[in-house]
Write a protein that binds this ligand. Sequence first.
Ligand SMILES: NC(=O)c1ccc[n+]([C@@H]2O[C@H](COP(=O)([O-])OP(=O)(O)OC[C@H]3O[C@@H](n4cnc5c(N)ncnc54)[C@H](OP(=O)(O)O)[C@@H]3O)[C@@H](O)[C@H]2O)c1
Length: 303
Amino acid sequence: MEADMKIGIIGAGKVGTTLAKYVKDHGACVTGFYNRTESSGRESAEFTGTEYFTTLDSLMKVSDTLFITTTDKEIEKVWDCIAKKNVKGKVICHFSGSLSSDIFSNWEETGAYVCSVHPIYAFSNKFTAYQNLTGAAFAVEGHRTALTRMQELFRLLPNRIVEISTSEKVKYHAATSIASNHVVGLISMAVELMQEAEIPEASAYELLKPLVENNVKSIFEKETQEGNASGTEQTAEYRGCAQALTGPIERNDTETVRKHLKHLDRRQWELAYRAVGTAVTELAEKKHPERSYETMKKILGHE
Ligand SMILES: NC(=O)c1ccc[n+]([C@@H]2O[C@H](COP(=O)([O-])OP(=O)(O)OC[C@H]3O[C@@H](n4cnc5c(N)ncnc54)[C@H](OP(=O)(O)O)[C@@H]3O)[C@@H](O)[C@H]2O)c1
């Protein structure tokens, strides 16, 4: 099966090159690249077995779908440039997580169909990232016609695709940042705090590794839910954050939490402990609705 679309790529960086290689390997038609720097554009074309186009016009002429895979701050400029040309009936798509398809201003007047597709994946190398893309999910939003075309493409791929709201895309992106970058920040805080407790950095990582790994594993473990009497099938659901939660806040151990706060010397660590601790308390309330966490909330919020 081959998706009936001809994909031209503007921006031969990590994402553009990886996607070209990946979708082509799965049977899609990629016409080639246009890039700011010709040499790296040619390199990507060679790597993917496609063509390099020296002008945007020549790429656009042979492509009915344009992937804008430039850096975020260039997307609007590229759109302003191509919107002046004939884009009638073409699908225009960018891959930024923080921007939505709203960046394509006045798209209705151009006759193009616009959307954004965000791969929830870290592309660190333009020649190797395609090898591990299979497990990545993609979040999409935008004009219905553009999304239908993207769904055709995704039918060729094993990846999960999730439709998100255009107006709430920033919240979605903040969520992905929290789950990846902020978690890293919290672990780094724990490593430094261990060093203050006179535990060398290497040992700190050793000690924290099973703790962090088992927590993540526990959250994402699937639990089978029994079907009901009317014969519905068993379903598997993630255990989730509330059920995976352990520790002094979950145990309602207010004295330990008070002690922790007293010994956090750095103001930003204390603030992070209070803010994340408050979120943890809300989870604990979900896990144990019969318990009162009012004192815990006061300690974390005010004292
Ligand atoms: N990297 C990730 O992990 C990741 C993950 C999800 C989404 N994204 C999104 O994917 C998009 C691309 O990111 P990336 O990491 O692939 O960036 P990148 O590696 O820096 O590549 C950007 C490419 O765009 C080219 N370019 C810049 N301005 C251009 C213009 N005006 N006309 C034509 N080409 C232009 C650059 O050319 P030069 O060769 O001249 O530099 C470079 O080849 C961004 O929207 C980003 O937010 C990235």
